[in-house]
Design a protein around this ligand. Structure first.
Ligand code: GLN
Length: 321
């Protein structure tokens, strides 16, 4: 017998239910550790866990360290992509970056040379994201990042007139140690993929990765993606429907690097992680989720965030596939 479809179960969500998930996430976090290849990230409190859910009407339900700031890192790839899609157009973006998952770690360089496909496989890995940053309007890294920060302040739902802050220490720490990302960028230049000066594209990339956010901010971004680009509550268009859909499709297939397949099987919704400990997830037409938990698994994904999002997907029947 085909089971009857329940009504959406958002009514089951309350801060106490989220607090239980936070406790589970905290316990599991003991098995991981904070990122340390960017020295400033290793100072995060590894036991911190926060979750925020933003419903389509804009209301927020949150628990734990949901207002603790951390840096976006690779979650910024889910912001940079719609920004660039809407700014320079889909054709120009995908002339330089593919749409295929790799199954490799986020900073892998192996396919750049070994594959016959002479461009980064997708915008959710470092190679693709660095190429995307180089495509942002503006000549210098600072100018490029300014446009993205402006876009971010709207989709993260910051108060009018407020712009997200950049964590200068994390920015400097990454810029000083990013040998592998520099290698990737120069190799992309050789392939004719980087636009403009290599160091300016890299500078823009480091700036976007160092953007300070909270789990609450990420849940608003998730909700905007879930609503195909509309601002929760007001319904104002913050990104085009096409940009939101393209971004979600690539989040689903590539958003958790070489853990994307497993996460998709368990959570069934598009998501994007970062080594700062954040994950954003979007459940179509229903809600956005933002999580924070800087203790990472071996692939660089937040342990607590993955657990919390999978549990929410199960409890609220968010699975989209
Ligand atoms: N800034 C980081 C880097 O480029 C982001 C990586 C990540 O979050 N996976 O290495």
């Amino acid at each position: 017998m085909i089971p009857s479809t329940d009504k959406p179960r958002e009514s089951r969500l309350d801060p106490a239910a989220l607090a239980d998930l936070v406790a589970k996430g905290k316990e599991a976090s003991l098995a991981g550790k904070t990122a340390d290849y960017i020295p400033a990230l290793s100072r995060a409190r590894s036991e911190a866990v926060g979750v925020s859910v933003c419903l389509a009407d804009g209301s927020i339900i949150e628990a734990g360290d949901s207002r603790s700031p951390f840096t976006l890192q690779s979650v910024s790839k889910a912001l940079a992509l719609p920004y660039v899609l809407d700014t320079i157009g889909e054709d120009r973006v995908f002339a330089r970056v593919g749409k295929e998952p790799t199954g490799d770690p986020f900073n892998s360089i192996i396919r750049l040379e070994a594959s016959a496909f002479k461009k980064p496989f997708n915008p959710m890995i470092n190679a693709g994201a660095i190429a995307i940053s180089s495509l942002m309007p503006g000549r210098t890294g600072k100018e490029k990042a300014e446009g993205l920060y402006g876009f971010a302040s709207r989709v993260l739902g910051l108060e009018a007139g407020k712009t997200a802050a950049m964590d200068k220490e994390v920015f400097a720490s990454e810029a000083a140690t990013a040998n592998r990302n520099r290698f990737i960028a120069w190799f992309l230049k050789d392939l004719g993929i980087m636009e403009g000066e290599v160091e300016e594209g890299l500078d823009a990339y480091f700036r976007q990765c160092a953007m300070c956010v909270t789990a609450v901010d990420l849940s608003r971004l998730g909700s905007c993606l879930a609503l195909d680009g509309l601002e929760p509550r007001s319904g104002r268009e913050l990104m085009s429907r096409r940009a939101a859909r393209v971004t979600k499709a690539l989040m689903l297939s590539c958003g958790l690097y070489d853990g994307s397949g497993e996460f998709c099987v368990d959570a069934g919704i598009p998501a994007k992680s970062g080594v700062g400990g954040g994950i954003v997830a979007a459940a179509r037409g229903r809600l956005g989720i933002g999580t924070y938990g800087p203790s990472l698994d071996l692939r660089g994904n937040s342990i607590a965030g993955s657990i919390v999002i999978c549990a929410l997907s199960e409890a609220l029947d968010l699975f989209e596939l």
